[in-house]
Design a protein around this ligand. Sequence first.
Ligand code: ZN
Ligand code: ZN
Length: 62
Amino acid sequence: MKMSEEKLELHRCISCKRTIAPFEKGVCFPCPVCGEYIIWRCKKCRSRMASYRCPNCGFEGP
Ligand SMILES: [Zn+2]
Ligand SMILES: [Zn+2]
């Protein structure tokens, strides 16, 4: 996990690249394949099942 690089409180949605506001309660989870990259998704992309791609291992998934 790259916690040292995650000091900013704002995260970017991996699907739409928009900043996720702290109050927006986006979801985050480690990449299901490599487990090293923390994937953030905004509520909208989560409900739309927008696809994403892990920049660490290249996994693509909903
Ligand atoms: Zn999004
Ligand atoms: Zn990955």
